[in-house]
Design a protein around this ligand. Structure first.
Ligand SMILES: Cc1cc2nc3c(=O)[nH]c(=O)nc-3n(C[C@H](O)[C@H](O)[C@H](O)COP(=O)(O)O)c2cc1C
Ligand code: SF4
Ligand code: SF4
Length: 288
């Protein structure tokens, strides 16, 4: 009988230790989460949806630039952004070049729609200039919002194949447990190709003269409010573009009347990540 009693004591102690360990690790993770800043830039919500899942204190890069908030210190600091022309968007470059960031753990996640090229490696280089060394980088394949290149109907039809939720769960877990791992360095040809595409895009395509507003516009002003560069004004006339465009596709996708068009668009289908509202894009990007 005494042996049964001792066995019972041992089992119940082990069980209670196990439960305590689980509870304290959950509390620790919550604490870690609170000590994390996640900077993000988004045009159509993909990157914001990823940043929201990762968690921490979400900080919009356009708002940081607008308010000149460039000094940040935390246990963990991350950057979530979309790939533009196999590269890093100018606005993210600008933020990194102006910011002083201090943390024990740095991560970067790049969302992309088709081919990521050397975007993350370029970010690593930029960060190095600011003495930032990433502990974890990853990329996540999502819907491609580049309207001159992709038909959103086709993108949405093939969305399941990208298995976005599975990619996202893995990334969220990696960051939660502070995994150390960088995306494998791309080969020389990918890096060269990325550099050429990025240069070509910066010289040619990315100009707001490619946007046109048709007669259906009711001057609601949403396109101006989602612009991270305060590049659009809407007063008595149709929206006016002021030539400091980031080419993020926020304006064209935010117009509920499809009044904005871009050269080379496949059709009138527009896109916003289904987990993100128009108001969230406005809150992130409004720089008026
Ligand atoms: C100007 C521009 C350039 C892009 N270039 C690439 C690219 O080189 N490779 C790629 O896979 N996706 C590219 N994309 C697609 C976006 O990276 C992708 O859709 C991203 O998830 C959009 O994020 P967001 O919704 O947070 O703005 C590009 C999109 C835009 C607007
Ligand atoms: S969002 Fe569309 S309707 Fe509203 S002002 Fe802009 S172009 Fe016009
Ligand atoms: S004008 Fe449109 S595409 Fe250009 S930065 Fe503003 S919202 Fe983005």
């Amino acid at each position: 009988m005494i042996y049964v009693y001792k066995l019972f004591i041992i089992i119940s102690k082990t069980f209670s230790n196990f439960i305590t360990a689980i509870i304290s690790s959950v509390i620790d993770l919550n604490k870690m989460e609170k000590k994390m800043k996640t900077f993000y830039f988004t045009g159509t919500g993909n990157s914001l949806s990823v940043a929201k899942k990762i968690g921490g204190n979400l900080c919009s890069i356009p708002q940081m630039i607008k308010n000149k908030e460039f000094f940040h210190e935390d246990d963990a600091i991350g950057i979530v952004f979309p790939c533009y022309g196999f590269d890093v968007p100018n606005i993210v470059r600008e933020f990194l070049s102006k910011a002083t960031l201090k943390a024990n753990y740095f991560f970067a996640i790049m969302t992309y729609g088709n081919m990521s090229g050397a975007g993350l490696q370029n970010l690593e280089k930029l960060a190095k200039e600011k003495n930032i060394k990433f502990h974890y980088t990853n990329e996540i394949l999502m819907i491609d919002n580049f309207l001159p290149g992709f038909d959103i109907n086709v993108q949405l039809k093939n969305e399941q194949k990208k298995d976005i939720d599975r990619q996202l769960i893995a990334i969220v877990n990696d960051i939660k447990y502070r995994k150390v791992n960088l995306v494998k360095k791309k080969g020389i040809f990918t890096r060269m190709f990325s550099a050429i595409v990025s240069k070509m895009l910066s010289i040619t395509g990315l100009e707001d003269k490619n946007f046109r507003v048709d007669k259906s516009c009711i001057k609601c002003g949403n396109c101006a409010k989602v612009c991270p560069r305060a590049n659009i004004t809407v007063e008595t006339e149709n929206p006016v573009y002021h030539h400091r465009c980031e080419y993020c596709m926020a304006c064209i996708n935010a117009c509920h009347l499809t009044s904005i068009h871009i050269k080379g668009e496949k059709n009138a289908k527009r896109f916003r990540n289904r987990n993100i509202t128009l108001q969230e894009i406005i809150n992130s990007n409004n720089c008026l």
